[in-house]
Design a protein around this ligand. Structure first.
Ligand code: SAM
Length: 329
C-alpha cells in the first residue's frame, strides 16, 4: 500500500545566514582526520575493479537502493556509474540485474570523495538525488553545502545535479556556488514524468510534492582557494599564529612545558590554505593552534618569567618574538 510522504516542514524561510562562513572555513582548512578504514578499503577495491584509468565516471552520491544508479547507467553506457551509500540495509535491497557499467559501494560520502580526489578522479557528472536536507535550521551544518567535506565534492568537478523536494535547500546550494563564481539553474521536475530518477523522487511526486533539480557545471574541478577576506580574518584570530611566531614560541619554551605537544602538533599540521594570488612561501604560513581557555595567558606568563630569569644583558630574540606574538591579540 502506498503511504504518502509528509511535506517538508521548516521554520527556515530563506537561505541560512551561516552558509558562506562555513564554506570559507572549510576551504581554509581541509579535514585531516584519517579516512574511515572501511571506506578506504571499499575505494581501493573499486579502483582495482575499474582500473587506474577508468575513463568517464559518474557518481551517484547517496544512491540508497541503487535504482538511480541503474537508471543513470542505462542512460550513460559510455561511463562507469558508481552508486555510493552508507546504508548497508538500503544497498542490500538493490535489484540483482545491474547493468555492467554500474557499481554499488558502501561508504561514507565525505571520505569517499576525499579518496577519489586523492586518486586524481575527475567526474563526468555527479548526481545527488534527494540528499537528506536537514530542514531544521539548527541542523544546517549537516547539509552538504555547509559540511566540511564539501570542498572534496567541488574538487571532483563534473556536471553536478542535486534533486530535492525542498526548493530552499537547493537555493542554498545556489548561494554557495554563486559565491564561488559557479552559475547554476533550478528547474522543476515535471510532476508527470514517466521515469522518476530514484525511489524518493517517485514517492515525492506520487505524494504531490514539488520536486526540483539544481544543475551546475563544476568543470574540471580542483578545490577552490578561500577568499582573501576570509583568509585575513582567520589569520587575525587569537588562536592562529604565523609560522615564525609559533617556531619562536616552541624554541623559547621549557622542555617539559604542558603546551609543548599542542604547539608542536600545530606546527606540523598543514597551514591555512592561501587565497588565489598569494605569493608568500612557508614563512608566510599561518597555523591554527587552540591553546584552550586561559592557555594563551599561561604561555605568555611562562615566557615572561623566562625572559626575566634570562638576566639583564641577554638579547633573547626568540623569546621577544614569541612574546610579541602572544601579546599582539
Ligand atoms: C533521502 S535518501 C535518498 C536515497 C536515493 N538517493 C533516492 O533518491 O531514492 C538519502 C540517502 O543518502 C544516504 N546518506 C546520507 N548521508 C550519507 C553519508 N554521509 N554517506 C553515505 N550515504 C549517506 C542515506 O543512507 C540514504 O540512503
Amino acid at each position: 500500500m502506498f503511504t504518502a510522504a509528509k511535506p517538508i516542514e521548516s521554520a527556515q524561510e530563506t537561505p541560512h545566514g551561516g552558509l558562506l562562513d562555513r564554506l570559507q572555513r572549510h576551504l581554509l582548512r581541509l579535514p585531516t582526520a584519517p579516512v574511515a578504514a572501511h571506506t578506504q578499503a571499499a575505494f581501493e577495491a573499486l579502483q582495482r575493479d575499474l582500473g587506474l584509468s577508468p575513463g568517464a565516471l559518474i557518481l551517484d552520491s547517496g544512491c540508497g537502493t541503487g535504482e538511480s544508479t541503474r537508471n543513470l547507467a542505462e542512460r550513460h553506457p559510455e561511463a562507469w556509474v558508481v552508486g555510493v551509500d552508507k546504508s548497508a540495509d538500503r544497498l542490500g535491497r538493490h535489484r540483482a540485474d545491474l547493468p555492467g557499467n554500474a557499481r554499488l559501494l558502501r561508504a561514507e560520502l565525505g571520505d569517499f570523495w576525499r579518496c577519489a580526489m586523492a586518486a586524481g578522479w575527475r567526474l563526468k557528472a555527479h548526481y545527488l538525488p534527494y540528499p537528506n536536507p536537514w530542514p531544521k535550521a539548527r541542523h544546517y551544518k549537516r547539509r552538504w553545502p555547509a559540511h566540511p567535506a564539501f570542498p572534496w565534492l567541488l574538487g571532483l568537478g563534473g556536471d553536478l545535479e542535486v534533486r530535492s523536494n525542498w526548493r530552499l535547500y537547493l537555493e542554498e546550494w545556489q548561494v554557495v556556488l554563486e559565491d564561488l563564481g559557479v552559475g547554476s539553474t533550478l528547474t522543476t521536475v515535471p510532476p508527470d514524468t514517466a521515469s522518476p530518477l530514484s525511489p524518493f523522487e517517485a514517492k515525492y511526486l506520487a505524494s504531490g510534492h514539488g520536486c526540483y533539480a539544481l544543475r551546475a557545471a563544476l568543470g574540471s574541478g580542483g578545490i577552490p582557494a578561500p577568499s582573501w577576506s576570509a583568509y585575513q580574518a582567520r589569520c587575525e584570530a587569537p588562536e592562529v599564529f604565523s609560522r615564525p611566531a609559533l617556531t619562536a614560541i616552541l624554541a623559547a619554551l621549557p622542555a617539559a612545558h604542558p603546551q609543548r605537544e599542542t604547539l608542536a602538533e600545530a606546527l606540523a599540521a598543514p597551514p591555512l590554505r592561501k587565497p588565489a594570488g598569494h605569493r608568500g612561501g612557508e614563512a608566510s604560513d599561518f597555523l591554527p593552534c587552540d591553546l584552550g581557555p586561559g592557555g594563551r595567558e599561561a604561555l605568555r606568563e611562562t615566557l615572561e618569567q623566562a625572559l626575566e630569569q634570562g638576566g639583564e644583558g641577554g638579547d633573547h630574540p626568540a623569546l621577544r618574538l614569541a612574546l610579541r606574538a602572544l601579546r599582539s591579540r
